[in-house]
Design a protein around this ligand. Structure first.
Ligand code: 0RA
Length: 643
């Protein structure tokens, strides 16, 4: 460390601290891929949100600049600039250079960012090539800058201000390309998280600007998220394309033992439920005690109401939780002074007392609501009764399908050209659209480890049918049997027959439609397959260009032009356009799409359950206008997110 001499003992320790972050960045922000890159922004924004929750900040602006930097500006109290006694340095510098220093200054009630990230702005500093901070506080404007976490000079008071009233923090950082695999921020990723934060913290106004893109007037594109109704509006947003069973979103709020609970719900006619639980603004995808409390109370209250009002006489038993949750949209948000996050991805709330707190808040709130709104209560119960009847019918159908495939070893679909290997680890299944593509793929494949299942043009839209109907569909049944895992509750990844399940569809609109239908099916009924990273899509090239014995493939028109100009001296011997997989001969199909050495496969991941859920509802549901709008807005990123 060349600068040791310039700093006191405290500073040396500081530098070592941030070295650790640079050595093992994934320990602090999860990963150094696109996900980790976006975490840097969330980390800074979380600090601004904390200021908002403490009642000092209303406005947060996040800007993606054109030079691979991002800035976050808030009107909070400003990071303290007075001298930190232990380090004898400005507090601002300590907060930005000492791991976990941020929290020591705080007396705030909720350390919102306790779980997933919450590692502090010093980690963002350590992982940034440069970071510049400007604080308005105590009647002055202060600036400080850092290079890879190390101070670039001293903090300076650059000017005085008229008033002590104006306060805030601006942090701009340039993520370090020595650390991150990519420096490219995705507007859609940031916007979905920032919108979520605005829903979860009503009253906060968050603006996202992107200076890389201009609107029609030549200004950077910008969106502002501000929801006075908080999670009530979140539920309305999710339900925008669903048919609600009752007009008003049901909402309660309660506080017990310093735990703040909010619940918003609305039942819909849809088949898919959509329940999102948050703890201290973190999406607890793995659930936890708050979700358990919610479900227990929901099941109790709906059954009690049904029995008291004689609405369950058609059934021989109580409604199950899953019957009641069919088509239910809910957001549960708890804020806890000391949240414990557990589970594989640290997204499961563990605090045991929360279960009872949410259960009693929900029990009291919902029972009262039902008494006061009998029409809504009745609609919810009757929908659940219908779901219970369908569940019983589906169970029978599912058992039949499973029994058939389990007992009968020749039950693999006739259309499946299976591979020779019996080792799932090396096996691949290509689901090919259309008989001609299926035929070519069967000839093109390496039969040792590649299997091909042709499917007919349109797969059943699973969004619109219950399981019993879905299982009557041949294409779906063939896929389930070939993949081997079963579906829904019966899904077992140990029975997976192929490490990779590859959707082989054309690069055109029809192909995109079929991929979306397949993906909807996987999302709804085989989600662990997606979560485990087993689902892929082929990326066949659009053009093949020949020049003097060389062959080049191009994925886009622009790429074709570039190849023609740069590789073929502007004069290629042949430019061939592939319209679809079915039009390639087997050799071409192997070369471009199936050969592991050459092909490009897109791995498909579900980044954000709430966003994906909405996406599927919009893309697959009945409402036409929102779908058109959505496709217009999100066309490039709507389908899936790369890992
Ligand atoms: C430490 C203490 C206080 C505020 C902050 C840090 C703070 C950090 C960030 C990061 C981005 N924006 C921020 N705003 C505030 C409390 C200050 C006080 O007690 O006045």
């Amino acid at each position: 460390m060349s600068q040791e001499g310039e700093y006191g003992a405290g500073q040396i320790q500081v530098l070592e601290g941030l070295e650790a972050v640079r050595k093992r960045p994934a320990m602090y922000i999860g990963s150094v891929d696109s996900r980790g890159l976006h975490h840097l922004v969330y980390e800074v924004v979380d600090n601004s949100i904390d200021e908002a929750l403490a009642g000092y900040c209303e406005d947060i602006t996040v800007t993606i600049h054109g030079d691979e930097s991002v800035s976050v500006v808030d009107d909070g109290r400003g990071i303290p600039v007075d001298t930190h006694e232990e380090y004898d340095r400005p507090a601002l510098e300590v907060i930005l250079t000492v791991l976990h220093a941020g929290g020591k200054f705080d007396s705030k009630s909720y350390q919102v960012s306790g779980g997933l990230h919450g590692v502090g702005v010093s980690v963002v500093n350590a992982l940034s090539e440069r970071l510049e901070v400007e604080v308005k506080r105590d009647g002055g404007v202060f600036r400080h800058a850092f290079d890879r976490g190390e101070p670039d000079g001293d903090m300076e008071r650059v000017r005085d201000m008229e008033s002590e009233e104006e306060t805030g923090t601006r942090i701009r950082f340039w993520p370090d390309d020595e650390i991150f695999e990519t420096l490219e921020y995705a507007f859609a990723t940031l916007s979905s998280r920032l919108r979520e934060l605005a829903f979860l913290n009503s009253g906060v106004r968050i603006t996202l600007r992107d200076e890389r893109q201009e609107d029609d007037d030549g200004r950077p594109i910008a969106e502002t998220y501000e929801y006075e109704g908080g999670i009530r509006e979140f539920v309305e947003y999710i339900n925008e394309t669903r048919s609600a069973l009752h007009r008003d979103v049901i909402y309660f709020e309660d506080e017990e033992e310093d735990v703040h609970v909010e619940v918003a719900l609305q039942a819909t006619e849809e088949l898919q439920g959509s329940i999102h639980a948050f703890a201290n603004n973190i999406n607890t995808r793995e659930g936890g005690t708050h979700l358990t409390g919610f479900k227990t109370a929901l099941t109790r209250v709906v059954n009690d109401y049904g029995k008291e009002n004689d609405l369950l006489s058609d059934l021989e038993e109580n409604l199950k939780g899953e019957d009641i949750r069919e088509g239910l949209t809910a957001v549960i948000s708890v804020k806890h002074p000391d949240p414990q996050f557990e589970g594989q991805t640290k997204t499961k709330l563990g605090n045991s007392e929360v279960r009872g707190i949410v259960e009693s808040a929900m029990h009291g709130g919902l029972a009262t609501y039902f008494e006061e709104n009998p029409n809504t209560a009745q609609a919810i119960v009757l929908k659940a009764v219908e779901a219970a009847k369908a569940r019983k019918a589906a169970k029978k159908a599912e058992e039949l399908t499973r029994r058939k495939s389990a007992l009968d070893s020749t039950s693999l679909p006739g259309k499946l050209a299976d591979c020779q290997t019996k080792d799932p680890e090396e096996a691949e299944l290509f689901i090919a659209e259309g008989d001609s593509a299926g035929g070519s793929a069967k000839q093109a494949r390496n039969p040792e480890f590649q299997a091909v299942l042709p499917i007919r043009g349109k797969v059943l839209n699973v969004e619109k049918h219950r399981l019993d109907r879905i299982l009557e569909n041949d294409e779906i049944r063939n896929m389930i049997t070939a993949i081997g895992t079963g579906i829904g509750d019966e899904f077992d990844i140990d029975d997976l027959r192929y490490e990779k399940v590859v959707m082989a569809t054309d690069a055109d609109v029809d192909g995109a439609h079929i991929r979306t239908l397949l993906l909807t099916f996987f999302y709804r009924h085989m989600r662990p397959l997606l979560e485990g990273g087993h689902v892929f899509a082929t990326q066949p090239p659009l053009y093949r260009i020949r020049y003097r014995g060389d062959t080049f493939d191009a994925m886009t028109d622009a790429e074709r032009d570039e190849i023609v100009a740069e590789k073929c001296d502007g004069n290629p011997s042949q430019v061939q356009r592939f319209k679809g997989l079915g039009e390639m001969n087997p050799q071409q199909l192997w070369d471009t799409t199936m050969d592991p050495e050459n092909r490009i496969l897109k791995q498909i991941a579900i980044e954000d359950a709430a966003a994906a859920d909405r996406m599927f509802s919009v893309l697959m549901g009945d409402a036409v206008e929102p779908r058109k709008q959505f496709i217009k807005e999100h066309a490039p990123e709507a389908e899936w997110v790369d890992i």
